[in-house]
Ligand binder design. Structure first.
Ligand code: PLP
Length: 422
């Protein structure tokens, strides 16, 4: 099946007479005929037994997303943050380190730099443009993985996935990629060498600002038995001595994440949440095309505005990421644009308050156009000097282009820009 068809048909095929639409299985538990059968499940949980770590409705969505990303299996989580956390601690324990680019989502930076540090896991940040020598210098004997973001929120830097995959694999390490902004419709990191892909499904996959969620996809290619990852190979005493690599082959990573981490931590989505996420996934392909078209036109319009100092969007010829984006995201660069208004914070606030169609929210990737002023919201605690050091201009605006008619979106921007003349 092609991508658009998979969006609708992967994950759930009704049996004769069964509901056409994927049903919501609203049950914490599942009934069995015999005590022995249940006992067997505690040795090898290969059927649903408790909805803290698996549920039939969520499973349909997991199968669909695994197919869309070209992976072998997936596990949904109750948020994107939970997906980032589990993806790392499935590999790293206290005393380990890992390498991440510094151009990643702010919430992920905090998780890696502050919370994981408290758990004894060190994150070494590198520039996504670091040379091969600089990357190699960050590798230590206890380094367990490499992490990056395809199209970073909000910096909009484009990761050179193939170079980072080659670097990781030279060191026998897996590459984990957060693919939230492109979605698998625009980029499939596993095809470029990534081993694990994660998402905040809250964004374009859901698309309707309905449901916070996340997912981890296992590419199935990484060799966990290469000597660096004994937890994957040696018997797991909490599962009667199972070896994940021996029992589950190319699904060792995702089954270990479910059997150990989801069982113990329990950040699994409810069946209802998966049902709503599935509605978003069904239209993902056609929505992404329109986001890309609209954002390209809005970015080109902004470049011509006299009140705009600079526009950052990888689909623009002027972007330093233009060629890389063409390679990794040939169909388009998704819907988020960052731009700087001349006149700093006061001009940006005046422009934002004058917008009538675009909603002012702490969110991106909605069907509705939405807008955020980082200097007064996500980066509010920083002084003007600190903002400058962090590369955030007081005039910076993060603009998430929606699916309205693009002429209405541009007209709204135009009338708000006119207010800056007053
Ligand atoms: C929003 C976001 C997250 C965090 O996801 P939540 O669903 O909000 O927990 C992680 N990565 C990226 C790129 C995001 O945009």
């Amino acid at each position: 099946m092609k991508f658009e068809t998979q969006c609708m048909h992967e994950g759930y095929t009704p049996a004769n007479g069964a509901p056409r639409v994927m049903p919501i299985v609203q049950s914490t538990t599942y009934a069995f005929d015999s005590t022995d059968h249940i006992g067997d499940l505690f040795n090898l949980p290969n059927e649903h037994m408790y909805s803290r770590f698996s549920n039939p409705t969520v499973e349909c969505v997991e199968k669909k997303i695994a197919a869309l990303e070209g992976g072998v299996a997936a596990m949904c989580t109750s948020s994107g943050q939970a997906a980032s956390l589990l993806s790392v601690i499935n590999v790293c324990s206290a005393g380990d380190s890992f390498i991440s680019t510094n151009s990643i989502y702010g919430g992920t930076v905090n998780l890696f730099a502050v919370t994981l540090k408290k758990l004894g896991i060190e994150c070494i940040f590198v520039s996504p443009e670091a040379s091969d020598e600089e990357l190699q210098a960050a590798v230590k004997p206890n380094t367990k993985l490499v992490f990056g973001e395809t199209l970073a929120n909000p910096a909009l830097t484009v990761l050179d996935i193939e170079r980072f995959a080659a670097f990781a694999h030279r060191n026998n390490l897996p590459l984990i990629v957060d693919n939230t902004f492109p979605t698998p419709y625009l980029c499939r990191p596993i095809e470029h060498g990534a081993d694990i892909v994660i998402h905040s499904t809250t964004k374009y996959m859901d698309g309707h600002a309905l449901q916070v969620g996340g997912v981890i996809v296992d590419g199935g290619h990484f060799n966990w038995a290469n000597g660096k990852f004994p937890d994957f190979v040696e018997p797991d005493e909490s599962y009667h001595g199972i070896s994940y690599t021996e029992s589950f082959g190319n699904q060792a990573y995702i089954i270990k994440a479910r059997m150990q981490l989801m069982r113990d931590l329990g950040c699994y989505p409810a069946a209802n949440s998966a049902f709503l996420l599935n509605l978003g996934l069904e239209t993902l392909a056609i929505r992404m095309d329109r986001y890309c078209d609209n954002a390209q036109k809005v970015a080109e319009y902004l470049e011509g505005c006299k009140h705009v100092a600079s526009v950052s969007y990888p689909g623009l010829n002027s972007s330093p990421y233009y060629n890389r984006a063409k390679h990794y995201m040939p169909k388009g660069c998704s819907g988020v644009i960052t731009f700087n208004i001349k006149g700093g914070k006061s001009a940006a606030v005046k422009f934002m308050d004058a917008l009538q169609l675009a909603s002012k929210v702490v969110h991106v990737a909605d069907i509705r156009t939405c807008v955020l002023h980082p200097a007064s919201a996500t980066h509010r605690q920083l002084t003007d000097a600190q903002l400058e050091a962090a590369g955030i201009d007081g005039g910076m605006i993060r603009f998430s282009v929606g699916l309205e008619n693009v002429e209405d979106i541009i007209a709204d921007i135009a009338q708000a820009m006119d207010k800056l003349d007053a």
